[in-house]
Every structure is written in structure tokens, then in C-alpha cells.
Write a protein that binds this ligand. Structure first.
Ligand SMILES: [Fe+2]
Length: 192
């Protein structure tokens, strides 16, 4: 039996897809150990387990040949000087790529390879970002008021390796510095 082609709509503004099979909400409590300022993180978490980002997924079989897609929404906010961001991940099948299409907001994609190459690409509406195979990726919302909203699509067999980033962190961080938005080396990076 073959699948039938299907369509769905991502209306703007808001970008809430007309078809959603799974809605993931990640709160501060899901981001243990990720933010640079752990003292502020602890204080904020004690006050309120704020919503940091959400993902709306369209279900397809997680096998080679399929494509998985959805909408990622990173809300505005900071922990200390560091902007709200996604957990970030490598793909379990590391030789798989991903495409992001920015629909709304302002932010960055922070990326790195296991060998230590780094890249931080600005995202703004209309921009398409190609994340090549082997590059871990994390979205960062740098707007003070607006969500960073992206459409993503990646191979069905890619899988998510969150553990490596949870353990090591990313080499680069995006922070609200004295002279505006800055990309800095992560002083807490665990190395390999
Ligand atoms: Fe990915």
C-alpha cells in the first residue's frame, strides 16, 4: 500500500501548522546544565519553569527515504546574558543533513562538527539554511519580543543525539553583550 500525497498549511503570522501530529514543549527544567550562568538558571527555575521552545512535528516513518518535517518556535528570553535556545543535537546517523527555512523572528543557528569546526549563521525571515552532514545544530532566538520560527526538514533515519551536546556543550555561545549581540567561546566547553 502506498501513501497518498498530502499538503498542510503554515499560515503567517504565527506559523501554527494546519497539521500537527506531535507537539513538544521544552521548559527551563529540560535545559539542565546547558546555560552558561548556572546560578541565574537555578534562580529562574525556582521561580517558574518557563517555556523555552516548542516543536510541532508531522509524523512519518523514521526510515531512510522518508523526510521528517515540522516547525520550531524558540521564544524570546535570556538566562543571564545568554539567549533562549534549543537543546541542540547531532544526528544519530551523523552523515545526514537538514534544511531550515526561517519564517519569523531573528536569531542564529549555532553549529559545530565533532572535529571542532564551528559556524554561527544569522537567521531572519526568508533565509534558508543548509546544515550539512556531521554538523550539530542549535537555534537561538535573539529578538527581545518575537519568537524565532523555522520550518525544518531532514532525513527520516537521522535520529537525534542530544547526549553529546548535553555532556560537552557547544563551543560557541550567543550572548547579549555590552556592545550588542556577541558570539563568544564557551568557557564551560568540556572538550573531547
Ligand atoms: Fe536536526
Amino acid at each position: 500500500m502506498s501513501d497518498l500525497p498530502f499538503t498542510f498549511v503554515v499560515p503567517l503570522p504565527g506559523a501554527l501548522p494546519s497539521r500537527v501530529d506531535n507537539h513538544i514543549q521544552r521548559r527551563l527544567s529540560a535545559m539542565q546544565g546547558q546555560f552558561l550562568d548556572q546560578v541565574t538558571y537555578g534562580k529562574m527555575l525556582a521561580e517558574d519553569d518557563r517555556l523555552v521552545y516548542e516543536v510541532y512535528e508531522i509524523h512519518r516513518p523514521e526510515i531512510a527515504g522518508e523526510l521528517l518535517m515540522g516547525i520550531s518556535i524558540v521564544h524570546p528570553g535570556k538566562v543571564g546574558r545568554e539567549f533562549y535556545m534549543t537543546k541542540g543535537h547531532f544526528h544519530t546517523v551523523i552523515d545526514t543533513a537538514e534544511v531550515y527555512y526561517c519564517l519569523e523572528g531573528e536569531g542564529f543557528m549555532v553549529m559545530e562538527t565533532p572535529e571542532g569546526e564551528t559556524s554561527v549563521e544569522p537567521l531572519s525571515p526568508g533565509k534558508v539554511l543548509y546544515v550539512p552532514p556531521r554538523w550539530a545544530h542549535r537555534s537561538v532566538c535573539s529578538s527581545r519580543q518575537q519568537d524565532l520560527i523555522t520550518f525544518f526538514i531532514y532525513p527520516g533515519n537521522a535520529g537525534h543525539d542530544y547526549g553529546t551536546i548535553e555532556q560537552l556543550g557547544f563551543r560557541k555561545l550567543v550572548v547579549d553583550g555590552e556592545h550588542g549581540i556577541e558570539m563568544i567561546d564557551n568557557p564551560r566547553y568540556q572538550g573531547r
